[in-house]
Ligand binder design. Structure first.
Ligand SMILES: Nc1nc(=O)c2c([nH]1)NC[C@@H]1CN(c3ccc(C(=O)N[C@@H](CCC(=O)O)C(=O)O)cc3)C=[N+]21
Length: 277
């Protein structure tokens, strides 16, 4: 069983981002990411701090905009303002949003050229059509890790567990665009274990600790654990039982140290790409 090192992958991407940011600065552009934070969620706060840290290291400016208990029009107003601001190149609106406010609705107000987390309907539509666009950073991180592991995607059986707009659906589309045979499973799927056990590539993004165990894993499969579930003692666990993965998988991304760091690095890569124009 091979443990896939997301931190090493992120470090590689970050050095590429640093070089691109330095080039932009030399040409008079200060690459800037605006982070809209409409929630007090703990996991989100952690992600925001990690984006700020990584951005500072890479020479990307981050601008955090907090909104306390906003309504949809507060969020869309801010997203429109940032979209019109020429000093901002990338915009991410953090989830979860307050009840009754959906990311799918508000993200329509992000200029598609600045939609570095691929959240808006134009970005998602382009992804579905196989056109170049920014994919949601977490979904892009799944593919980045598979590419780095040189996993053959064409013709492979991929099972994605989870159908969220930020991870499951876009990850399935990215896999499909690379010719994998893709099954998307979710809370209403019957025979989940049997479906998963057919997968050469198993991508799990449900947000429930230990949701996937040895019985879901085909021997030798590559398992990508996208879960980031905070524990009571301030740690983080994935959706896959680590002992189960170790006993069955051919390769597996741990939490922490797997998909998470790559997600942050790719958000910054998307930001410098957007700043290049
Ligand atoms: N619009 C939107 N897009 C997101 O992608 C998004 C979001 N909202 N809201 C919050 C969640 C959470 N999230 C994480 C990303 C990286 C780590 C990460 O790097 N985690 C470290 C944790 C290190 C540790 O705590 O020990 C790791 O996995 O190694 C965690 C969580 C993205 N999210």
């Amino acid at each position: 069983m091979k443990l896939i090192d997301g931190r090493a992958a992120a470090a590689d991407i970050m050095s590429e981002v640093s070089a691109a940011a330095a080039e932009l600065r030399a040409a008079g552009t200060d690459p800037t990411l605006a982070i809209v934070v409409p929630t007090r969620d703990e996991a989100t706060a952690w992600y925001v701090r990690s984006i700020e840290r990584a951005a500072a290291k890479a020479g990307v400016t981050s601008r955090v905009e907090h909104l306390a208990d906003p309504g949809a029009e507060d969020v869309t107003g801010l997203l429109r303002k940032l979209s019109a601001d020429p000093s901002v190149h990338g915009i991410i609106c953090q989830t979860p949003l307050p009840d009754g406010v959906s990311l799918e609705e508000v993200a329509a107000h992000i200029d598609t050229r600045k939609d570095v987390d691929g959240a808006g309907p134009t970005s998602l539509g382009r992804l579905a059509a196989g056109l170049p666009t920014f994919a949601p950073a977490t979904a892009a991180a799944v593919l980045e890790l598979l590419h780095r592991e040189q996993v053959e995607l064409a013709g492979a059986r991929a099972v994605v567990v989870g159908r969220s707009t930020v991870v499951g659906k876009p990850a399935a589309l990215l896999l499909l665009n690379e010719h994998a045979t893709v099954t998307v499973c979710h809370s209403r799927t019957s025979e989940l274990a049997e479906e998963c056990a057919e997968a050469d590539i198993l991508v799990v993004a449900v947000g429930r600790p230990g949701f996937i165990g040895a019985e879901h894993i085909k021997p030798g499969a590559i398992v990508i654990d996208v879960g980031t579930n905070p524990t009571d003692d301030g740690g983080l666990v994935g959706d896959v039982d680590p002992a189960g993965a170790r006993s069955r998988a051919g390769a597996y991304t741990p939490v922490p140290g797997g998909v998470g760091p790559v997600t942050t690095a790719l958000l910054l890569r998307h930001t410098v790409t957007a700043a290049r124009g």
